[in-house]
Design a binder for this molecule. Sequence first.
Ligand code: PEP
Ligand code: MN
Length: 370
Amino acid sequence: MSELTDTIPPSNQISNTEEMLLVAGPCSAESREQLLSTALELQPLSVSYFRAGLWKPRTRPGSFEGVGEKGLPWLLEVREKTGLRVMTEVSLPDHVEAVQRAGLDALWVGARTVSDPFAVQNLADALSGSSLPLFIKNPISPDLDLWIGAIERFMRAGITTIGAIFRGFSPCYSSKLGYRNTPSWSIAFELKRLFPKLPIICDPSHITGRRRDIEEFCTMAVELGFDGIMVETHIHPEDAKSDANQQVTPFELKEILGKMELLKRNATGLVPTEMEAYRKLLSEIDDTLLSVLARRMEVSHEIGLYKQSHQIPILQMEYFSEVLAKNLRRAEALNLPQDFVYHLYTDIHELSTKIQFESSGIIDPKKSKS
Ligand code: PEP
Ligand code: MN
C-alpha cells in the first residue's frame, strides 16, 4: 500500500449542514416531462441534489446512451421550477464544457471513467480550478489506489469541493451475494480512514440493482456512518430507459426516508460503558485469533523445512482440497458463511505457501517482505 496523507482541505464542504446528503433523480434524463414530474414530487423531500445522467457510458453498445446536451435546458427548468440543485455525470472534457456553460450546480464522474487514469486526467484538466462540487464514484474494480488516484488528480487540478460515491464493484462470477455489485464495504471504510474529511455517500441503487433491496442498504448506509445516499428515483421506474430495476418512485423514496428517519443522525460520538466491555472482549478474541494464526504459520515454516529436506513439492493440491472441504464443513456446523471461510482459507493457504517457499530457501524472505 502506498504512503498517503489526508490532503483533503478542511474547507472541502460539499454540504453545509450536519444532515446526510440526499441525491435523488433518475438514472437518465429521458424527456422534459419525465424530469419535471419526478423533480416536482421530490421537491418536498429535502433533496440536496437532483441527479439525471445526460451522457450514459454503457457497458454494452446498443443500450440507451442518453439525450446529451439536449437535456441541459430541462435540468435548468427543474432548478427554476423546484429550487433543487441539479447535477449530471461527465465523462469527457466536452461534457464539462457544456455543463459549465449551462451553469449546472454539481457533477459526478462515473465508475467506468474513474477506472481510466487518462480519462480522469483529461477531466481534471478540463475542470481545472473549478469550484463546482464534484462527486467521484469508486472504480468498477475493487482497487482503492485507483479511486484515490482519481481523487488526487482532481485535487491537484485545484477542484475545491470533492465528495466520493460508493457504488460497489463488478462482481466476479463466483459472487454469491446476488447483488448487481459486490459491496466490499472495507474499501469504503479504508478510504474514510485515510481521508476522514472526505464526505462519502452510498449508492444503494447501483450496489443492489434491485428496487426491493434499496431500503435495506439505505439503513446500512446510515449505520455505517456514510455522509449521504444517492437513490435513483423515476416517476415511472418500470418504464425507465436505463436501470429500470433499481429505481424507486418519489413516493417510495419518501417512505424509505420516513422509516429510517434518515436525516436525524445521532452524532454525539459518545460510547456507552457497556460498549467498552464488548470491545474489550473482542480485543481479547482478536489477540487469540492472531496468536493462533501466528502459530499456524510457524508450523508452515517447519513443514517448508521438512519438504525441502525430503524433496517434497510445496503445493500438495489434493491435500489442500481436503483441508478446504473439511473447513467448509466445520464452517457450516459453526454457522459461519461458506464464502467467508472459503476466502479466509485461500488467503491462509496463500501465506502458508509463501512461508514454505521462504523456509525452503526458494525465495529470499528479505526480498518477499511487502
Ligand atoms: C449512474 O450513476 O447512473 C451510473 C452510471 O453509475 P456507475 O458509474 O456507478 O455505474
Ligand atoms: Mn444508473
